[in-house]
Design a protein around this ligand. Structure first.
Ligand code: UDX
Length: 458
């Protein structure tokens, strides 16, 4: 560990919550191994100055996004604008950091960047700076992305609405409806974005996943053998359990409502359904009402994150709810705009997590042994949800959209009825496996050692 003291690593997250969290968690892990850390961040979705780690240096990458560009509903367009506009400020910033470096005893070891930030490759190469890629999603979904050219060749892509329930035989148990897609995006643009992303690691010095062998060993083996036989692949997750314990507010773009914890303290053990669909999913008002009534009719207490922007065309959640809805439920419901999610999932009162299956949420739930109800919205979430329900069998998926009767039944099946018992047991076993992977001799523990040695060898 001592040998890495002072060696600097630069980390540059994609400026979205689900990508920032794991990148900053990785920074904490590497810092605990003796590296000094420089974080680059765009001024779009800039990191909150009051929660920054005093041990790191932060460097802002100014990108001039217009209001129209920021409000683009098409993620592929926003991403291509970011990829174009970040190039020069990134080059300048890196040049500054590298010229400071000449006077330092220990040079910068490498850059760690997101494969969706593909401009980082050419700029890093122009400075001869080694680059490692952190894929913030899971390995199983990445293996599906890597198979996109094959899926296109075999006629699965673009996805045909009339074949959604058909299996993708090459990727069992994935069905056509589980193949990653993006709402409001041109399918061809999305295909291009994904093939660019999966090509990125090929020219890098390594690929890191926030996962562990006992969870996604098969997908990791496929990725290693079939897609990236020439670069080292590291799987040292779950990151947030691997480094020094830090509060989740330190990586959050929005302030977390701590009233969640005092409300949970008043609830019976394992009685609460925690409901959150992450930072980007959007629903319409009709779906919102189905969720609200399904939760109310389930009879279980619930903690629901309704972030501004979740419900299309309705910025204020209390205006979107039926009159008197909350009053009638009394203390059985608690609604917030943003929760301290990791702390919530670790709370003994939480008995289930109704999630969109973003990779971070999925891993965080696994780490606390909390069984899931899955409603994926886009991209990797569909694959994660299929793995939760059909492979790890630690949750149930709402297979037919959101309808209040099915919501109510599913919550009761998982939280009250006998069927839920086995799912809960499996969730606890998976949690144990996650913990074991991080202990000395465990796969993630070993992979972290390998990563540290690899960075030092660059
Ligand atoms: C996005 C994509 O949706 C996801 O599929 C991809 O894997 C990563 O990028 P997001 O929608 O934000 O991520 O979901 P997720 O990956 O679950 O990340 C959300 C993060 O925000 C989690 O770390 C969670 O703990 C945190 N969070 C969420 C809060 O801190 N408070 C909340 O109220 C909700």
């Amino acid at each position: 560990m001592e040998q890495s003291k002072g060696r600097r690593v630069i980390l540059f997250p994609l400026p979205f919550q689900g990508h920032i969290n794991p990148m900053l968690e990785l920074a904490n892990i590497l810092h605990s191994k003796g590296f000094s850390i420089a974080i680059l961040h765009t001024n779009f979705n800039s990191l909150n100055p009051s929660t920054r780690n005093p041990n790191f240096t932060y460097h802002s990458i100014p990108v001039d996004l217009t209001e129209t560009e920021v409000s683009f509903k098409d993620f592929t367009v926003l991403l291509s604008i970011l990829n174009a506009k970040c190039v020069e400020p990134f080059r300048e910033c890196l040049s500054g950091l590298l010229s400071d470096d000449v006077n330092l005893e220990n040079p910068i070891a490498c850059l760690i960047s997101d494969p969706l930030f593909n401009f980082t490759r050419s700029v890093a190469e122009s400075f001869k700076l080694p680059r490692i890629v952190l894929r913030t999603g899971g390995a199983a979904s990445f293996a599906v992305y890597a198979a996109f050219p094959l899926l296109k060749e075999k006629g699965y892509l673009p996805i045909s609405d009339s074949r959604l329930e058909e299996p993708v035989t090459e990727l069992s148990p994935i069905k056509l409806k589980d193949l990653p897609m993006m709402p409001n995006c041109d399918p061809e643009d999305f295909y291009q974005l994904i093939t660019n992303m999966t090509n990125e690691p090929k020219s890098s010095h390594g690929l890191i996943f926030n996962t562990f062998e006992d969870l996604e060993g098969q997908a990791l083996a496929t990725i290693r053998q079939e897609y990236y036989p020439n670069i080292p692949i590291f799987s040292l997750g779950p990151f947030h359990k691997c480094g020094p314990t830090t509060s989740s507010s330190s990586t959050s773009l929005q302030s977390q409502d701590q009233s969640c914890i005092s409300w949970l303290n008043t609830q019976a053990p394992k009685s609460v359904a925690y409901v959150s669909f992450g930072s980007a999913a959007r629903i319409d008002h009709a779906q919102f009402l189905e969720i609200a009534w399904g939760l109310a009719n389930s009879g279980q207490p619930f903690l629901w994150v309704v972030r501004p922007g979740l419900v299309q065309q309705s910025e204020l959640h209390d205006q979107a709810l039926p009159n008197g809805f909350l009053e009638a439920l009394n203390e059985r419901a608690h609604i917030v705009k943003w929760a301290p999610q990791k702390e919530v999932l670790a709370h003994p009162a939480v008995g289930a997590f109704w999630t969109h299956c973003g990779w971070n949420s999925t891993l965080e739930s696994i780490c606390e042994g909390v069984p899931m109800i899955c409603t994926p919205y886009f991209s990797d979430q569909m694959v994660d949800a299929r793995f939760v329900s059909d492979v790890w069998k630690v949750g149930l998926q709402l297979e037919h959209g959101i309808e209040r009767g099915e919501v109510e039944r599913t919550i009761r099946r998982l939280m009250v009825e006998k069927e839920g018992e086995e799912i809960k047991e499996r969730a606890l076993k998976l949690m144990e496996k996650a913990n074991l992977s991080l202990k000395e001799g465990g796969s993630s523990y070993q992979s972290l050692d390998d990563l540290v040695n690899h960075i030092l060898s660059l």
